[in-house]
Design a protein. Structure first.
Length: 226
């Protein structure tokens, strides 16, 4: 295949993968519903930068070495699983706490939301970046994607275009998702359904994180016994 065909195939596969439900998708939905467009867009930027770093590490072979080294990959799984479990348990705990705590007045709610938006652009970006870069499934996906579609002899220009394409498509998709979900009419409906959205996202994060932790602990047990 020539480089144009390779890039088109790479972009198509990545675009389909982006639209598949997962931690990244859940993070954008949950936080855009709760905090609005600005937070959603900063999370989208963080997620896309995490994908860019995964792409660079995979393209240079670093991610492949990590995947082939059982101890390093187990550590990554532990970190990623623990972080996703932390997000999930945190979301569910927040729901439980809000259910039994005193409700804030309308003015206090607006002030709380405004303070969050003004002070946590970095937090929103960091959460998006960490959620993606600590996901071991993302590492495996990009190693498979790069090793199967990007030939070793591909030009540096072609590889550079591939990295930019993956990053741009990621930013486009997650930003578009945040933009659509923050439509004023839809935002009102999503805020009314906020507890259900938080519950669903909390369960998703908890289940994925718990599954990854079980897998990593099983791998560690096998290594210790062998």
């Amino acid at each position: 295949m020539n480089e144009i065909t390779i890039l088109a195939t790479l972009a198509s596969v990545h675009w389909v993968a982006l639209m598949s439900p997962g931690p990244d998708f859940a993070l954008v939905v949950q936080n855009t519903a709760r905090y609005g467009r600005q937070t959603g867009l900063y999370i989208a930027l963080g997620l896309s930068c995490g994908i860019l770093l995964h792409s660079i590490l995979s393209l240079t072979g670093i991610s492949y070495l990590v995947q082939q080294h059982p101890a390093l990959f187990a550590i990554l799984q532990l970190m990623g699983g623990s972080y996703l479990l932390y997000l999930g348990v945190g979301a569910l705990h927040g729901l439980w706490k809000s259910r039994y705590s005193e409700k804030l007045g309308d003015g206090e709610i607006k002030q709380e939301k405004q303070n969050y938006l003004l002070s946590s652009k970095r937090q929103a970006f960091s959460r998006g970046f960490a959620t993606n870069i600590l996901n071991p499934k993302a590492l495996v996906f990009f190693v498979s994607l790069m090793s199967s579609l990007v030939p070793v002899g591909m030009s540096m220009t072609g590889k550079g275009v591939a990295l930019i394409t993956l990053w741009a498509l990621s930013l486009l998709w997650f930003s578009l998702l945040a933009w659509l979900l923050s439509n004023p009419r839809l935002q009102i409906k999503m805020q009314k359904a906020g507890k259900y959205i938080d519950s669903a996202c909390g369960i998703v994060f908890t289940l994925i994180g718990f599954t990854i932790l079980l897998s990593s602990l099983a791998d560690i047990t096998v290594m210790l016994l062998s």
